[in-house]
Design a protein around this ligand. Structure first.
Ligand SMILES: NC(=O)c1ccc[n+]([C@@H]2O[C@H](COP(=O)([O-])OP(=O)(O)OC[C@H]3O[C@@H](n4cnc5c(N)ncnc54)[C@H](O)[C@@H]3O)[C@@H](O)[C@H]2O)c1
Length: 336
């Protein structure tokens, strides 16, 4: 059995389906700080399995001990975390407590329960402003905000844990820009308030919930002046987790792997593709650059393929169609 921390969230819910499809059983622990129980219900329906859901916090050691005692957990896939960059600048202590302290409590509970296999949700943000693209796993690491720093700290903690006890099997997965939704349109990304990420924002403009997209910066050194990112379909992303766990089951190692497509699309490329998927014109204005943003960020996905046999398969059109299906079926997210 796999413990999915943060398994009610955007990526975790899609992961539950993919792990169940691959033959695993799962139990989800989530404090619902950024998700809804409705997502769990829909995920259970899509997976065809009523897996257990525990509403609780990874910082609650007594609860974790109970969960490890109750279930025969062999590995943990650790999604639980706060993820809004801007908010992390305003509330650094909340981010360090939730992400770093929460991870420490989780790792200690794992050791107490003799569980030494973990797949961790890291982020391409640990590369800071890369000198060149595509980004390889051995590029220098740096961070510019508490969210990114919390991810890098947790990576470093896990590296130290592995040095202290090589019995650990650890995958540090650095996500690029997850987007899209389950093909059914029943689960997807449901941000609280104003979306921080481009694609949910564009989708909300397309559905009429917001007036226009603000494009931060039109003068970057990219093909159309807008920022270029590596958008990856969430279904591809979670399949990378299944491959990583299967690798760890074979090899007692710590691996660090980029999960991206290797293709960069600009803001305007994604906007145009969403216009086609939604069959609507999506209004936008180009405004000033946003502090901390970089011109281009995309993965070199070769190591992922060579190491764990994974590569992304969904293209830009599928990402946009699935984002739009989710948005148009659920204009208010899970509140519908
Ligand atoms: N979505 C992205 O763009 C992106 C990119 C890189 C990395 N990541 C990382 O991937 C992971 C999943 O991201 P997501 O997009 O699904 O976000 P999400 O907010 O939808 O999911 C995270 C889940 O963790 C839960 N959670 C947070 N703190 C918790 C705690 N202390 N105890 C228990 N549950 C807790 C939230 O309620 C939420 O359901 C996060 O760690 C995030 O930092 C996401």
């Amino acid at each position: 059995m796999i413990l999915l921390t943060g398994g009610a969230g955007y990526i975790g819910s899609h992961a539950a389906i993919e792990f169940i499809k691959a033959g695993y059983s799962v139990v989800v622990l989530d404090n619902l700080s950024n998700s809804k129980q409705e997502a769990v219900k829909r995920t259970q329906a899509l997976a065809g399995v009523n897996f257990d859901f525990i509403e609780g916090d990874i910082r609650d050691r007594a609860l974790l001990d109970k969960v490890f005692a109750q279930y025969d957990i062999k590995s943990v896939v650790h999604f639980a975390g706060l993820k809004a960059v801007g908010e992390s600048v305003q509330q650094p202590l909340r981010y360090y407590d939730n992400n770093v302290n929460g991870s420490l409590v989780l790792f200690e509970a794992m050791i107490a329960a003799n569980v030494h296999t973990i797949v961790f949700s890291s982020s391409a943000t640990v590369y800071g402003d890369p000198h060149t693209v595509p980004i390889k796993e051995d590029f220098p690491l740096s961070t510019t905000n508490p969210y990114g720093a919390s991810k890098l700290m947790i990576e470093n903690i896990l590296r130290d844990v592995h040095v202290a006890n090589p019995q650990w099997r650890i995958a540090l997965l650095r996500y690029f820009n997850p987007t899209g939704a389950h093909e059914s349109g029943l689960i997807g990304e449901d941000p609280n308030g104003i979306p921080n990420n481009l694609m949910p924002y564009i989708a909300q403009v397309a559905s009429g919930k917001r007036a226009a997209l603000q494009v931060f910066g039109g003068d970057y050194a990219t093909h159309d002046g807008t920022g270029v990112r590596d958008y990856i379909h969430v279904t591809d992303l979670v399949k990378g987790h299944v491959k990583a766990l299967q690798y760890l089951e074979q090899y007692q190692e710590l691996i660090t792997v980029n999960l991206g497509t290797g293709k960069g699309y600009s803001v305007l490329d994604m906007l145009n593709a969403m216009e086609q998927a939604a069959n609507k014109t999506i209004p936008y204005q180009i405004t000033d650059r946003r502090a901390g943003d970089i011109a281009a960020c995309y993965a070199d996905p070769e190591y992922a393929f060579n190491k764990i046999g994974w590569k992304a398969e969904f293209d830009q059109q599928a990402m946009c169609q699935d984002t739009w299906r989710w948005q148009s079926k659920n204009p208010q997210g899970y509140d519908d």
